[in-house]
Design a protein around this ligand. Structure first.
Ligand code: SF4
Length: 694
C-alpha cells in the first residue's frame, strides 16, 4: 500500500484497563498497525510506551476465523449462513416465543467489558426497555464485583480513587497484592518500577512471586485464601505503633472503634499462623507500609476472586483509611481493573442486575421515573440474576434463553462442565461476537460483530478516564457494529431507536447518568483535556482526578464520611486434603488476554506462550517425581486436564499455578463453584488439586 492512502486515528487500546493511547493505522478498510502517539501528553496513562499486546496484539482483527455472516443452527446441529434479515427475524421469534410462554424474566442478557460504553448502554437498554427483563449482567461479575461491593460500602464509589500518572506513577510507597501487575497491566507496572528505581518503596503480598515482586523491598509469600489475616494485621500494627492517621480518622470516618476491636487479635504471630508469613518478615513489611508519606494500595483479582472477596477488599479499604492514604497526591485505593472498558462497560453503563447507568438503583422510584420518561417504558424494579445465578437457573429450567454479547462463559465460568450443561439446557441461545467462541458452539444463532480497531465510541479506563475510541478498519464481510445490530433488533421488536452514531448514544447517557452528565464527544475530541475522569457533573465541570479529599473527606455518602466496615477471616471454599493435597491458583501471562479468544489468534504472541502449563515448586515436583517440561495430569473434584509442567520456585511449596487463557488445558475445568455472598464472584484463586506424571 502507498503511505498517502494510510488512515491514521488516535485511539485507546482494546486490551487492558490502563487505557494506553496510540495512533492506529489502516488502509483500504484494513488494520495495519499501531505506533506511539506523537505528543506524549496526549496519552495520560502511558506517555509514549505500550506493551507487547497493545503494539502487536491487534492482528486478531484480521484473523481468517472472523465471523463474516450470520449463522443459524439447523435441527441436525449444523450451522448455516443466512441473511441478516432471516437471522434477526429468527432472534425476534425465538425471544418472543419464550417470553410469551415463560414470562419476561425467562430471558437474560450478558454484556461484555470489551465493547464500548455506548454498546454496553444499549445492551442494558435492550434488556430493560425492549425485552423488559430484569436479568442483565456482565463479565465484571467475574473480576472486580467484590471491589465494587466493598468500596461502595466504605468510601461510596466502587472505583479507583486516584490517577495513574500523577499518583500511581509518583507515590512514595506501594502495597501491591493479588496483582501480577507486570503481566496484566504492563505499562502501569513500568511506571511503578521506574518510581521504585528512583527510591519509592514497594511491598508485595502474594502467594506467587510475580515479576513485580522481584523489584520489591519486601515480598511476603502468603497462604492462598487467608488475606484478611495479614491486612487486619497491618491495621493492628499501625494502631499499636501509632502510625494511624488520628486526625483524618476523627475528621472523615465513622466506626473506628468497631474496626479497632476486630483487628486486635491479629498479632504478627497470628498472621504467621493464618497467612503463613514469618512474624519478623511481616513486621518489617508492616513498618514500611504504615510509615509511608504517600501510599498507593493496588490490587487485582488475587484479592477479588475469592469466596470472601468483598471481605478482602473491605480490609484493604479499612487499611488505606486508617493510614489516611486517600484523597491526596501519590496515595489512594487503586483496584487495577482488567478489561479495556470494564469500568465503563462493566459498571458505569448499568449492565448490572441491580443498577441502572451511573450506579442508580433499580429500586429507586425517582430514578425509575426518569428512565420511564426517557424510554417510554419503566425498567424492571428489582435486581435480576447475576452471571453464576443465570447458569443455575438455566439448569433449573427457569431461565430459557440468553443473549450473549462478546462474552465466553463456556470458558470463563468456574467448573466449565457445569456452565456447558447450563448453556445446553437453554431453549434458545444467541451469541453476538467476532469469532465462533466456545460459547458460540452452543448457540442457536450467531451474529457477526465488529471489534476495537473497527469501532467508534468511548472506553473508560481503570482511573475512571473516559477516552475516545476510533476505528481504522471495516468489519469483515457482513459483520456489523454491535450498536447497529441491537438497534435493528429493537426496531423489529416494535421500538423506534434512531441512533445515527455512537455520539448520539453518549448524549442519552449523559442525560440519564449524572456521573457522565458533562461528557460529550465535542469535549473528548477538543484536545483541551485528554479524556475526562468521572464524575463529570455538567459541561462546565472539569472532571474529578480525586474522588475524595484528604482534608474535607467528601466521601460519597450524605454526611461525607467514610465508613470502616470490619472484615473477618474466612476459610476458602475448598481446602487441601489427603485426596487433593495441592492448592491451585490461576492468573494471566503477559502475552495473552482473558479466555485467549483474541491473543490465541496472534502468531507473534503464541510464539512466546503457545499452550497451557502448570507451575510446580521444585520440592513438590521432586516428591511427585515430575520433571520440568514433561506433561502431567492435574485433577480436581470437577475434572482433569493435561498440561506441561514448569518447575519453578515462583510458586510456594504445595501451591500450583495455571494460566487462564487456553481452551486446551483449560484451568476452569478444575476451578470450584464457591461464590462470595455479597458480590457473587467465583473463587477462581483457590481450588484443591492433585498432580500425577503421565
Ligand atoms: Fe494495552 Fe494495557 Fe498494554 Fe497499555 S498496558 S498497551 S492498555 S494491554
Amino acid at each position: 500500500f502507498r503511505l498517502r492512502d494510510v488512515d491514521t486515528e488516535e485511539t485507546t487500546c482494546g486490551f487492558c484497563a490502563v487505557g494506553c493511547r496510540f495512533e492506529m493505522y489502516g488502509t483500504g478498510g484494513e488494520y495495519r498497525g499501531v505506533e506511539a502517539v506523537d505528543d506524549p501528553s496526549d496519552a495520560p496513562a502511558n506517555d509514549f510506551s505500550t506493551c507487547v499486546k497493545g503494539k502487536f496484539g491487534h492482528e486478531f482483527a484480521e484473523s481468517e476465523n472472523r465471523l463474516t455472516s450470520p449463522l443459524v443452527r439447523d435441527e441436525d446441529g449444523d450451522l448455516h449462513e443466512v441473511s441478516w434479515d432471516e437471522a434477526l427475524e429468527r432472534v425476534v421469534d425465538g425471544l418472543t416465543d419464550i417470553q410469551d410462554e415463560h414470562g419476561r424474566d425467562a430471558v437474560a442478557t450478558l454484556a461484555s467489558s470489551k465493547g464500548s460504553n455506548e454498546e454496553a448502554y444499549l445492551v442494558q437498554k435492550f434488556a430493560r426497555q425492549v425485552l423488559g427483563t430484569k436479568n442483565v449482567d456482565n463479565c465484571a461479575r467475574l473480576c472486580h464485583s467484590s471491589t465494587v461491593a466493598a468500596l461502595q460500602q466504605t468510601v461510596g464509589y466502587g472505583a479507583m480513587t486516584n490517577r495513574i500518572n500523577e499518583d500511581i506513577g509518583e507515590a512514595d510507597a506501594y502495597l501491591i497484592t493479588g496483582s501480577n501487575t507486570t503481566e496484566s497491566h504492563p505499562v502501569l507496572a513500568t511506571r511503578i518500577k521506574r518510581n521504585v528505581r528512583d527510591g519509592a518503596d514497594l511491598t508485595v503480598f502474594d502467594p506467587r512471586k510475580v515479576e513485580i515482586a522481584e523489584h520489591a523491598d519486601h515480598y511476603c509469600r502468603t497462604e492462598p485464601g487467608y488475606d484478611v489475616a495479614w491486612i487486619n494485621g497491618l491495621i493492628r500494627y499501625a494502631i499499636e505503633h501509632d502510625h494511624h492517621d488520628e486526625s483524618f480518622i476523627e475528621r472523615n470516618t465513622k466506626h473506628f472503634d468497631d474496626l479497632r476491636g476486630k483487628v486486635d487479635p491479629f498479632t504478627p504471630e497470628k498472621v504467621e499462623e493464618l497467612a503463613g508469613i514469618p512474624a519478623e518478615e511481616f513486621e518489617a513489611a508492616a513498618e514500611t507500609v504504615c510509615t509511608a508519606d504517600s501510599l498507593v494500595v493496588g490490587w487485582a483479582m488475587g484479592m477479588t476472586q475469592s469466596s470472601h472477596g468483598t471481605q478482602n477488599c473491605l480490609a484493604l479499604a479499612n487499611l488505606a483509611l486508617v493510614l489516611g492514604q486517600v484523597g491526596k497526591p501519590g496515595a489512594g485505593l487503586s483496584p487495577f481493573r482488567g478489561q479495556n472498558n470494564v469500568q465503563g462497560g462493566g459498571g458505569d453503563m448499568g449492565t448490572l442486575p441491580g443498577s441502572l447507568p451511573g450506579y442508580q438503583s433499580v429500586e429507586d422510584e425517582d430514578v425509575l421515573d426518569t428512565f420511564e420518561e426517557a424510554w417510554g417504558e419503566r425498567p424492571p424494579d428489582e435486581p435480576g440474576l447475576k452471571v453464576p445465578e443465570m447458569m443455575d437457573e438455566a439448569l433449573e429450567g427457569n431461565l430459557r434463553a440468553m443473549y450473549v454479547v462478546g462474552e465466553n462463559p463456556a470458558l470463563s465460568e468456574p467448573d466449565i462442565s457445569h456452565a456447558e450443561e447450563a448453556l445446553d439446557e437453554l431453549d434458545f441461545l444467541v451469541v453476538q461476537d467476532i469469532y465462533e467462541t466456545e460459547t458460540a458452539e452452543h448457540a442457536d444463532i450467531i451474529l457477526p460483530a465488529a471489534t476495537s480497531p473497527e469501532k467508534e465510541g468511548t472506553f473508560t479506563n481503570t482511573e475512571r478516564r473516559i477516552q475516545r475510541v476510533r476505528g481504522v478498519a471495516d468489519p469483515p464481510g457482513e459483520a456489523r457494529q454491535d450498536w447497529e445490530i441491537l438497534q435493528d433488533l429493537a426496531n423489529r421488536l416494535g421500538y423506534e431507536w434512531d441512533y445515527g452514531h455512537p455520539r448520539e448514544v453518549m448524549a442519552e447517557i449523559s442525560d440519564l447518568a449524572p456521573i457522565y452528565g458533562g461528557v460529550t464527544y465535542e469535549r473528548l475530541e477538543s484536545g483541551d483535556q485528554h479524556g475526562l475522569q468521572w464524575p463529570v457533573w455538567d459541561e462546565d465541570h472539569p472532571g474529578t482526578p480525586y474522588l475524595y479529599d484528604y482534608e474535607e473527606g467528601e466521601f460519597n455518602f450524605e454526611d461525607g464520611k467514610a465508613r470502616f466496615v470490619p472484615a473477618d477471616v474466612q476459610k476458602p471454599g475448598e481446602v487441601p486434603d489427603e485426596a487433593y493435597p495441592l492448592t491451585l491458583t490461576s492468573g494471566r501471562v503477559l502475552y495473552h488476554w482473558h479466555t485467549g479468544q483474541l491473543t490465541r489468534r496472534v502468531e507473534g504472541l503464541m510464539s512466546h506462550v503457545g499452550e497451557s502449563f502448570v507451575e510446580i515448586h521444585p520440592e513438590t515436583a521432586e516428591k511427585l517425581g515430575i520433571r520440568d517440561g514433561e506433561y502431567v495430569r492435574v485433577e480436581s473434584r470437577r475434572g482433569d486436564i493435561v498440561v506441561k509442567a514448569e518447575v519453578t520456585d515462583r510458586v510456594g511449596e504445595g501451591t500450583v499455578f495455571i494460566p487462564m487463557h487456553f481452551a486446551a488445558g483449560a484451568v476452569n475445568e478444575l476451578t470450584q463453584e464457591s461464590f462470595d455472598p455479597t458480590s457473587g464472584i467465583p473463587e477462581y484463586k483457590v481450588a484443591s488439586v492433585r498432580i500425577e506424571a503421565l
